[in-house]
Write a protein that binds this ligand. Structure first.
Ligand code: ATP
Length: 370
């Protein structure tokens, strides 16, 4: 009987509970035992009560719960081999031979590292006399499957990450609220949204709310962005628009790599000198409201279908199978090589960091084959 564990790791995102629910119920449906590892890799390293067997009933009602009920954490110990060694020991002691991890690219990198080291970790545990040869015998192959939970939609190789549409919906809802007051007072608002390397939330929020101007990290503005934005806002105001909405991603920058801050944009919109816009301008930083709250229907659907697919992937895996993650591509739930997605994602982040924006845009537009 296979014993499958599920965990959530890294930053939380709406829909993670749906993943846990789907994995637990599908695992039980397929005749396996289901476990939840609490507090991400921290729980795996600590073991004991952090690893808990789950019943179908334990996850009742979890689809409509925000955040992650089994907790998530950043775990320093798991970056180091001794931490991963303890984690391996805890898995064997709990009889767990498959792990489904829902998290961002960091969590998936850790997962891949864990699986590639698995045989040597077991060997070391026997050498250290922490486990016997008999104890490790049934655990020669560790199955790991990744599911991407992130509000940023920042992983290459999948059209959407679990949580991104919930965050986008939340942003739109907040912008709608702001618009009402902006129109009433004829004000301008600079709205900062999450996204350090990835402007998906800012860009799509701009499209979905009809914002006047959007700043994202991958497509930095030319040096004359000040004139460009002012010209657009001037034009819209001349057309009789009583509100101005500018959306800026946390990681927005100009071509020289200098951060474009909400304060700078505000000062420009509020500039009362000759030719300036002189608008009564406020900054709203949306912050963690983008993360919190319940998942929208799309994320619940994605969490459920991907959770089910992850269990199937575990059960169909052979020792030769490459570690996969579950993606959605052109509306189909598919398995793809996990490390490829992580590498492509890191390449994109490095291109943005290194100010190679042409490359970043090209990478953003490429969908790697499965
Ligand atoms: P988010 O997108 O919200 O940042 P993430 O999964 O990328 O989510 P990280 O903090 O990067 O978040 O990673 C979560 C945890 O995964 C880390 O605290 C660490 O325990 C583990 N981890 C990340 N990278 C590695 C790595 N290279 N080796 C081992 N473990 C790692």
């Amino acid at each position: 009987k296979k014993r499958i564990a599920v965990m959530t790791s890294g930053g939380d995102s709406p829909g993670m509970n749906g993943v846990v629910r789907a994995v637990v119920r599908m695992a039980i449906h397929m005749g396996c035992d289901a476990f939840a590892v609490y507090e991400g890799y921290e729980g795996l390293v600590r073991g004991g009560d952090y690893i808990k067997q789950m019943d179908g009933e334990d996850v009742r009602g979890w689809l409509s719960e925000g955040g992650t009920l089994i907790g998530t954490a950043r775990c320093m110990a798991f970056y180091e081999r001794p931490g991963r060694l303890t984690a391996a020991k805890n898995m064997v002691l709990h009889g767990i031979d498959a792990l489904i991890i829902c998290g961002g690219d960091g969590s998936l990198t850790g997962a891949d590292r864990f699986r590639s080291e698995w045989p040597s970790l077991l060997e070391e545990l026997v050498t250290n006399e922490e486990l016997s040869q008999d104890q490790i015998e049934p655990f020669q192959h560790l199955n790991i499957v990744g599911i991407v939970g992130s509000i940023d939609n920042d992983l290459s190789g999948t059209d959407a990450t679990i949580g991104c549409y919930s965050a986008l919906s939340r942003i739109c809802e907040m912008v709608d609220y702001i618009e009402a007051t902006a129109s009433s007072h004829s004000r301008a608002f600079v709205i900062e949204v999450m996204g350090r390397h990835c402007g998906w939330l800012a860009l799509l929020a701009g499209v979905a709310t009809g914002a006047d101007f959007v700043f994202i990290p991958e497509r930095p503005q030319d040096q004359d962005w000040r004139q460009a934005m002012s010209a657009v806002v001037h034009r819209h105001r001349k057309m009789g628009k009583r509100k101005t909405i500018v959306i800026v991603a946390e990681g927005a920058r100009d071509r020289d790599g200098a951060k474009i801050s909400p304060e700078e944009i505000r000062d420009l919109l509020a500039d009362k000198s000759e030719g300036g816009l002189g608008l009564d301008t406020r900054i709203t930083t949306l912050g963690h409201v983008q993360r919190g709250g319940t998942a929208v229907a799309y994320d619940r659907m994605l969490a459920t279908l991907q959770g089910v697919e992850a269990v199937k992937a575990v059960l169909e895996a052979t020792p030769e199978t490459e570690t996969c993650f579950i993606a959605i591509t052109e509306n189909k739930i598919v398995r793809k090589p996990l490390m490829r997605a992580v590498q492509e994602t890191k390449k994109l982040a490095a291109a943005v960091e290194g100010k190679d924006f042409e490359k970043a845009m090209a990478l953003r537009d490429t969908e790697f084959a499965d």
